[in-house]
Design a protein around this ligand. Structure first.
Ligand code: M6R
Length: 609
């Protein structure tokens, strides 16, 4: 999604804004631009393509000024082009925008009647014209922005500047994230923390329906009626290095290798070593809540949805509570059967995914309590939930989610063991044994990650294939879906995940010697069944790549490639088996030369519908 950076202070704004935009590149974008108030007037530069294209475009110009806005655009209205790139200008007013203005056609017609002319196909440009129109009628800059936002419908995070008011910037938030950083004689605001971290750790997440009037030394907040709001920035314990590559070739590779640490951090303070029990006090999941529960309902998108699908197997087994899992974009437009005895569990790395937010709002409206499993402290999802179980994976920059997924699984295990114990479904002994398994996972992952070379060798053999099938059964079925998603999103290779027992009902028609079939085949209740499915694929000349913790002659004979996973209780296998699949996708993408961290058409944080 689009990225916004605004700077006002004593230093040159341009390099700070460009650096901030680069730190937001992971959000996904197709053009970029800057607007700086210089001593010679306003300078606006925009370019289709990468930020480096913009830098190249302006490298011989001197654009000096201490106030400015920057933007990376992910096209919604109007194709990616120099003209549609932000900032957009009307007279003295400049606007950058993340989100969608739903009533832009009406507003555009209204403004055209008043004589305004538009140069782009975007919904954003109308905002600049609205503000200019109010300024022309004599409103102050602040009042002009206030009046304009009250006319807008949709989701919008805005940065606004007016050349006639060079001592201030205005930021607006309605359903799209914005964070303000409070520096020394400088203020920087952005769509996400990484753009701010090199300058300050004192930050404030703006709330929906608020406007910030920002100078170098002061921030004033108000609601859309102009009523003043308190300003309470918080200190965030995150370093800029946590959002840098640290010697790895890509963020994705770094984040795959950070999984043992991310899991340790997510477990920390929730494990009671004396009693081998789980403590979820931080999320407020108490005895009373657990005993009132009749149903759990996961809502999420993409990889987080796959964590929810895995969660169904874990929670039903450990707690006996029925679990539904639904893609948030479907849930939000149904009449869902949730009520006061349902716990809706929203899973989201970013905590800003528009569909997931809409889903929890609907669930709440129907009386359900909402627990979110979320990686971003103070995100919209966290704020709007009744309970939050934070994953502590650290900033995840690569578009492809990896360490967030395994940290989400850890949170689900914690939740399931906690509920299972509270309900007496798990004996003390069973819970203690699961506790020991959780504690052992980071070391097992370390061992697994040391076998990256084996994955590279497999990737070399198969990198040029254009279609893959990923199969799993039981708790390995969502792992197969997630493995396929990883491959398709970063390598653009077609990959389909399927429950292995279903192949004879259709997909087996595709199997031949050109179709690598990835099997996730772990020991447990469906192991013999999935071996039968391997036989079926083998009988049709399919090439089998097995990820298994059952290293025996039978599975070796069936497999063209075999990767052996560490042994672990069947319910915990997904947290190990997904990791080599992440590595396989990563290395195949690298071998195909794709833009691994920012794959085409994708955005890290999907803040529009
Ligand atoms: O931030 P969220 O977890 O809510 O994001 C949900 C999906 O957009 C996300 O998982 C997406 O599918 C990733 N690109 C997958 O790698």
């Amino acid at each position: 999604m689009c990225g916004i950076v605004g700077y006002i202070g004593r230093r040159h704004a341009l390099p700070i804004i460009l650096d901030g935009l680069k730190r937001l590149e992971y959000r996904g974008y197709d053009s970029s631009g800057v607007a700086i108030i210089t001593d010679k007037g306003l300078s606006i530069k925009r370019k289709k393509g990468k930020i480096n294209d913009l830098i190249h475009h302006i490298e011989h110009e001197s654009i000096n000024g201490t106030t400015g806005l920057g933007h990376t655009r992910w096209a919604t209205h109007g194709k990616p082009s120099d003209e549609n790139a932000h900032p957009h200008r009307a007279g003295d007013v400049v606007v950058v925008h993340n989100g969608i203005i739903e009533n832009y056609t009406e507003l555009r017609a209204l403004l055209q009647e008043k004589g305004h002319h538009f140069k782009s196909e975007t919904d954003t440009e109308i905002i600049a014209h609205l503000v200019e129109d109010h300024l022309k009628s004599g409103a102050s800059f602040e009042d002009a922005v206030l009046a304009s936002v009250r006319q807008l419908r949709g989701s919008f995070a805005l940065g606004v500047l007016s050349v006639r008011n060079p001592d201030r910037l205005i930021a607006v938030r309605e359903a799209s994230p914005l964070v303000i950083g409070f520096g020394n004689n400088e203020t920087i605001f952005a769509s996400d923390m990484p753009a701010i971290l090199p300058y300050t750790n004192r930050m404030l997440f703006m709330l929906d329906g608020t406007i910030a009037v920002i100078t170098a030394d002061e921030v004033r907040l108000m609601d859309f009626n102009g009523a003043a709001l308190p300003v309470h920035p918080k200190q965030f314990d995150i370093s800029p290095a946590m959002a840098e590559k640290g010697g790895y070739k890509h963020f994705m590779q770094k984040e795959i290798f950070e999984q043992p640490q991310a899991i340790t951090d997510t477990l920390r303070d929730r494990l009671l070593f004396d009693t081998r029990d789980i403590d979820l006090k931080d999320a407020g999941i108490d005895h009373k809540l657990v005993h009132a529960l009749k149903r759990i309902n996961f809502v999420a998108c993409g990889t987080s949805y796959h964590a929810g699908l895995t969660g169904k197997y874990i929670i039903e087994e450990m707690t006996g509570i029925p679990v539904d899992v639904e893609v948030a974009s479907e849930f939000r437009y149904r009449t869902p059967l949730v009520s006061t005895d349902t716990l809706t569990v929203a899973i989201s790395q970013s905590g800003e995914t528009a569909d997931t937010l809409a889903a929890i709002r609907l669930a709440k409206k129907n009386g359900s309590r909402v627990l979110s499993i979320c990686n971003v402290i103070d995100s919209t999802l966290a704020r709007e939930s009744d309970h939050v179980l934070y994953t502590h994976a650290g900033p995840e920059i690569s578009v492809a989610s990896t360490k967030a997924f395994t940290s989400q699984l850890v949170s689900i295990y914690l939740l399931a063991i906690h509920i299972g114990r509270s309900l007496g479904r798990l004996s003390k002994q069973q819970a203690a044994s699961f506790f020991d398994t959780l504690v052992a996972i980071p070391a097992l992952l370390d061992t697994l990650l040391k076998q990256e070379d084996r994955i590279i060798a497999i990737a070399k053999q198969y990198a040029k294939h254009r279609d893959f099938l990923y199969l799993g059964r039981g708790i390995s079925y969502p792992v197969a879906l997630e493995g396929a998603l990883k491959l398709k999103e970063i390598s653009y290779i077609h990959a389909e995940g399927y429950p292995a027992g279903e192949i004879k009902h259709g997909p087996i028609a595709l199997v031949n010697e050109d179709m690598p079939v990835v099997f996730v085949a772990v020991q447990g209740r469906v192991y013999e069944k999935i071996k039968n499915n391997m036989e079926e694929v083998k009988a049709r000349d399919g090439r089998i790549i097995s990820f298994t913790n059952a290293d025996n002659a039978g599975i070796r004979d069936l497999s063209d490639e075999l990767f052996v996973l560490p042994a672990i209780d069947e319910l915990f296998t997904p947290i190990l088996s997904i990791v080599p699949l992440q590595l396989l996708a990563y290395h195949i993408a690298v071998m195909n030369g794709t833009d691994v961290d920012q794959p085409k058409n994708l955005a890290k944080s999907v803040t529009v519908e």
